[in-house]
Design a protein around this ligand. Structure first.
Ligand code: ADP
Ligand code: ZN
Length: 736
């Protein structure tokens, strides 16, 4: 009795000790997050997943795309001794993943079929010596016994299985090699912790993953499925190509993906967009490896801003600054849709997911399902397709219906999606509907498609119309003030409202639904909203453009994609915080110690130079908060107040203290005053001993750019002084 009591107490003590240990480790994990990644806190689910792994539990982590899964294994990899193995399905992207880590100052490498035998050997040797914190491998490697033998000699504390749904036949990307993972883990001399990660949350797939990897289902970390920065919308009954062109033109500087259902459509769109002068890449399984690689690189390197692709494109694409994903055609199910659309806005900035719906695509998808599915899965696939179509017709919140599809989570309306924000005026189009419907009745139901019907309504002299004597119908030419295009759009809209139905025979023909009959009889009215305006995703900011250029130059030099250097979030945060010192730069989200040292100076220089040229920008700077923080609006005439104090012969420092502003803000005020031709003198602002030095530096370097001038001068001479000197000269020139 007594012994048992003691024993229990010891166990509790042990458990407590373990908890303390894990707590310590989490503390450590937070430090690493700040140090390497420059993020100040974990996102929803990350801490839980990391804690679970650190306490030695095999874990399944389910988070939506962009939720931040990578950090869930990368941080434990840093905490643990030894080399973490990451099984990742796409060899073409491993390099980016590894480059990203190297930029963060974390040693990593990959092994896949793109390496020569010698390179592979060398990397394995390095791994055995413990030179990598993370080693990415393709699952196919696990087919080789030789490779497995090598793995046994590496100290492996953790195996991360990325895109873990590939292990399940029920998932949408089944990979047979994934089923070797469990065998690999079984042969390790010391059993590593296993962390499986996926964005696919259907219970069936989750169960399969746990079962295949021997993970206790209770050890699942599942975050909500809402993507708070995405706004979903479905566009119906409009000309898709012109909508698309308009949208891309409006968002020219932003990156986006256009998904189409077939290779043929991808090729057509690619040509059409290219003709419209848009910088576009394409990707589908019908192109050869080389071409696909090149096109993908172009897009990842920000050399083209639009990627037109089939669903073959995108898995594992880490490009974080994709601002929109447009589905030109209906995807085959909600799983694919959410995964593809979810590639927008991984950096957390507001992004658009738009589905352009047209009823004929249902037929295309049916055909694709018939062609590619195993017979016993066809009915299941068709059911999923129907749910996808339902999504396009729902009038309630789109984000809500997506989340409901994947889980039993109940969300309030998102307030962002097309349905939540639709405030367009509706106009009554009952009369138009009745004309179209009666024309269909007169031409014969289930006999003709929408083009011929539109030709009759617009009074076309087309041969077929005349042959069939349709020019004698009373509805002939009843809509002649409209174009054929406008009338077919109308018909599309009536189909989407289930007033007209489509019979999918060898070619689609139209007939009238129950609801259509009510419309014809005047028992029901039809309302149509005016055309949807395309949105502009992000506002233009010249500083952002400037920083984007700096990033691009660095990326080219280092031969990595720009988003590996800094995410758009980091650049946006720089635009808000306007850091001018290294310490301030470190407060920018996404800036860790390593990136500060490597790139801090280049970005700070660009910002300082920008501010000197655009002093008014300073007024909105918010130091020490993040991108989403409200920017405080200062009065537009703040510089005039500074000027009054300057006239009272106060020094810059005194004005700053008196007005409770940063010295640099006061400096920018004075520059603004000089630009506006007010009476400000360089003699008050530049110590005498520097004036002649600045003059000769300008003679050497020219007066165009500030940086080359600054480089010729002692540290103490600031950009401010140089700018003041230049402005005074300009003003004097003007007076002469
Ligand atoms: P997933 O693999 O789940 O799609 P990633 O791991 O690629 O997502 O992360 C998406 C983006 O979010 C990346 O740019 C990443 O740097 C960023 N991120 C991850 N965790 C955090 C965090 N705690 N704070 C801020 N940004 C984060
Ligand atoms: Zn909504």
């Amino acid at each position: 009795m007594w012994r048992a009591y003691l024993y229990n107490q010891e166990i509790t003590l042990l458990e407590e000790a373990e908890k303390v240990l894990t707590l310590d480790l989490i503390q450590r994990a937070k430090q690493l997050l700040e140090l390497h990644y420059g993020y100040s806190s974990f996102r929803n689910g990350q801490e839980q997943a990391i804690a679970s792994v650190l306490s030695g539990e095999d874990t399944l982590c389910v988070m939506p795309t962009g939720g931040g899964k990578s950090i869930c294994y990368q941080i434990p990899a840093l905490v643990f001794e030894g080399t973490t193995i990451v099984v990742s399905p796409l060899i073409s992207l491993m390099k980016d993943q590894v480059d990203t880590l190297l930029q963060l100052g974390i040693s990593a490498a990959f092994i896949n079929s793109s390496l020569t035998a010698a390179e592979t050997r060398e990397r394995i040797e390095k791994a055995k010596r413990g030179e990598y914190k993370l080693l990415y491998i393709a699952p196919e490697r696990l087919e080789s016994f030789d490779f497995m033998d090598h793995l046994k000699q590496i100290d492996i504390p953790l195996v991360a299985v990325d895109e873990a749904h590939c292990i399940s036949q029920w998932g949408h990307d089944f990979r047979p090699s994934y089923q070797r993972i469990q065998r690999m883990i079984g042969t390790m001399p010391k059993r590593p912790v296993v962390l499986a990660l996926t964005a696919t949350a259907t219970p069936r797939v989750r169960q399969d993953i746990c079962w295949s990897l021997d993970i206790d289902e209770n050890k699942t970390v599942l975050t909500g499925f809402e993507r708070e920065n995405l706004s979903f919308s479905v566009i119906k009954g409009q000309d898709r190509l012109s909508y698309l062109r308009d949208f891309i033109k409006k968002n020219e500087k932003e990156a986006g993906i256009i998904y189409a259902a077939t290779r043929k459509t991808v090729d057509q769109l690619y040509e059409q967009l290219k003709k419209s002068g848009i910088n576009v890449s394409r990707y589908h399984a019908g192109m050869n490896d080389q071409e696909r690689m090149e096109q993908q690189e172009q897009f990842l390197q920000d050399e083209s801003s639009v990627m037109v692709a089939t669903s073959a494109f995108g898995m594992g694409i880490d490009k974080s600054n994709i601002r929109y994903v447009i589905h030109f055609q209906l995807p085959k199910n909600m799983e694919s849709y959410y995964q593809e659309a979810g590639r927008a806005g991984r950096d957390g900035l507001p992004s658009e997911c738009i589905l352009l719906y047209s009823s004929q695509d249902v037929q295309v998808q049916r055909f694709l399902i018939d062609q590619s599915s195993e017979p016993d899965r066809i009915s299941q696939e068709l059911e999923k397709l129907q749910l996808m179509v339902d999504y396009c017709y729902t009038e309630s919140c789109l984000q809500q219906s997506i989340v409901r599809y994947f889980s039993d989570e109940d969300l309030p309306p998102c307030g962002r999606c097309g349905n939540c924000t639709d405030s367009r005026e509706s106009i009554d189009v009952t009369r138009e509907a009745q004309i179209v419907l009666s024309c269909i009745v007169r031409m014969g139901q289930k006999r003709f498609g929408k083009t011929l019907i539109a030709q009759v309504l617009t009074g076309s002299r087309n041969k077929k119309v005349l042959e069939l004597q349709f020019h004698k119908l009373p509805t002939y030419g009843m809509m002649k003030e409209k174009s054929i295009k406008e009338v077919t759009d109308f018909i599309e809209f009536f189909i989407s409202q289930e007033i007209i139905a489509v019979e999918h025979g060898s070619f689609p023909t139209l007939y009238i639904n129950e609801k259509g009959k009510d419309v014809l009889l005047g028992k029901e009215i039809v309302m149509r909203k005016e055309a949807v305006q395309t949105k502009q995703v992000a506002a233009d900011d010249p500083l952002f453009e400037e920083l984007r250029n700096v990033r691009k130059l660095i990326a080219e030099k280092e031969n990595v994609p720009p988003f590996v250097i800094f995410a758009d979030t980091a650049l946006k945060d720089m635009c808000v915080k306007l850091p001018e010192t290294k310490n301030e730069f470190l407060t920018v989200t996404g800036v860790g110690q390593n990136k500060l040292e490597k790139y801090g100076e280049k970005f700070i220089d660009a910002i300082v130079e920008f501010l000197v040229q655009n002093p008014e920008r300073k007024e909105n700077a918010v130091k020490g908060t993040t991108v989403n923080a409200q920017t405080k609006k200062a009065s537009p005439n703040s510089h005039l107040e500074t000027y009054t104090f300057y006239k009272e012969e106060m020094s810059v420092e005194e004005i700053a203290e008196h007005r409770n502003l940063a010295v640099s803000t006061v400096e920018s005020h004075l520059i603004q005053c000089m630009q506006e031709g007010m009476d400000v003198h360089m003699e008050d602002l530049i110590p005498d001993e520097y004036i002649s030095e600045i003059e000769s530096a300008i003679q050497q370097a020219g007066g165009e750019k500030l940086k080359p001038i600054k480089e010729l001068l002692p540290e103490e001479v600031s950009y401010f002084m140089i700018k003041v000197y230049l402005l005074q000269n300009e003003n004097e020139e003007r007076v002469k």
